[in-house]
Design a protein around this ligand. Structure first.
Ligand SMILES: NC(=O)c1ccc[n+]([C@@H]2O[C@H](COP(=O)([O-])OP(=O)(O)OC[C@H]3O[C@@H](n4cnc5c(N)ncnc54)[C@H](OP(=O)(O)O)[C@@H]3O)[C@@H](O)[C@H]2O)c1
Length: 324
């Protein structure tokens, strides 16, 4: 089968199209004929060899999410049958014509949704559900601040939080990105290159912050939180170290948390898949949330797809179409 392989850690050009053997499933796994694979910023970090805990990435097939049809299933799999259309979360391997996945990490492709759209769901939806709603405990009527509002994660967080009754503020790096986020429902969209987000939001305050920036944002995020507010880290692209006032944490009973999805156990991901199917799949069916697809590329153009992601020019998701 055709697959994209990371030759060695480095720039986008280390992604190379190669022939690999088609995988076969263990008892609890399925093999999926991949129709589309979503690209995520962690794929870029993995390719660069900067993703903590990924080990030596040389020879690895990247790709954390896909959509396709069941090609083969292991003896212990009861839910899925040959030809079923599914999307799935996986620790690596989606940039390929076939991929092997834990059967419990598959969800049905939502009715009326293309394979391209379905492939853009698992990594972002699982991450947002766990961090905003499970860890951050966002409630209807509360205010969420999302940094990187136009990212794959951001466009998902805006729509889910609005669908569930929250107010949403976002930051993004230009006016077009801010406008796109407002069209998705954001109540405040702040171009951080033109305005200080802390100044804009200080009168309102926020209950939960979903942060991928870190660095000098950390103190500002904490100052914006209301009593019992929650700051949730999913990355720290501007820097992991930060200073903050511990007295503020005590005075306003703030919570600081965060997580990374990929290293979590298979059982944790199965439980999360069940929660996502229960709470998010009905929103997709009701048309209250739809992934934003910015651009698609064929598998052979994975290098260009990564270059686009690294340019940060995109709004929403970039997807590889495979086996079209
Ligand atoms: N912890 C987890 O489990 C988990 C899982 C998935 C993703 N993530 C993280 O969530 C974030 C979003 O992921 P994604 O796949 O949605 O990414 P993405 O679409 O590429 O979005 C990242 C956005 O971050 C903004 N940004 C701000 N400062 C940046 C910097 N120093 N370098 C690069 N971009 C910067 C850019 O928008 P502007 O140009 O508007 O600033 C960019 O569009 C990433 O940081 C990713 O690592 C975490």
């Amino acid at each position: 089968m055709n697959a994209i392989v990371i030759q060695q850690p480095g720039g986008a050009e280390v992604l190379q199209l190669q022939q690999l053997p088609k995988p076969s499933p263990a008892a609890h796994e399925v093999v999926i004929k991949v129709h589309a694979a979503g690209i995520n910023r962690p794929d870029v970090m993995m390719r660069q060899g900067k993703y903590a805990g990924s080990g030596d990435v040389s020879g690895m097939v990247p790709g954390l999410e896909l959509a396709g049809t069941i090609e083969a299933s292991g003896a212990a799999v009861t839910r899925w049958h040959l030809g079923d259309a599914v999307c799935a979360l996986l620790p690596a391997g989606a940039y390929a014509e076939f991929a092997v996945v834990d059967a419990r990490h598959c969800l049905p492709v939502p009715a009326g949704m293309s394979m391209t759209e379905a492939a853009a769901l698992p990594e972002t939806v699982f991450t947002v559900w766990h961090n905003v709603f499970q860890r951050g405990g966002l409630q209807a009527g509360e205010t969420l601040l999302v940094h990187g509002g136009s990212s794959g994660i951001g466009t998902t967080a805006i729509q889910l939080a609005k669908a569930l009754g929250s107010r949403v503020a976002i930051t993004a790096g230009d006016e077009a990105k801010c406008e796109a986020c407002q069209q998705l429902g954001a109540d405040w969209a702040i171009n951080y290159k033109a305005k200080d987000f802390e100044e804009v939001l200080s009168a309102e305050g926020v209950d939960v912050v979903l942060d991928m920036i870190g660095g000098e944002y950390t103190a500002k995020n904490l100052r914006l939180l209301k009593d019992d507010g929650r700051l949730v880290f999913i990355n720290a692209m501007q820097g992991a170290a930060a200073e903050f006032n511990a007295l503020d944490i005590m005075r306003r009973r703030l919570h600081i948390t965060g997580s990374t999805l990929r290293p979590r156990s298979a059982d944790f991901k199965s439980a999360l898949a069940a929660e996502v199917e229960k709470h998010v799949w009905p929103l997709l069916a009701a048309g209250k949330f739809r992934p934003v697809i910015y651009k698609t590329f064929p598998l052979s153009e994975a290098v260009a797809a990564h270059q686009l992601m690294e340019s940060s020019a995109h709004i929403g998701k970039i997807v590889l179409n495979i086996n079209d």
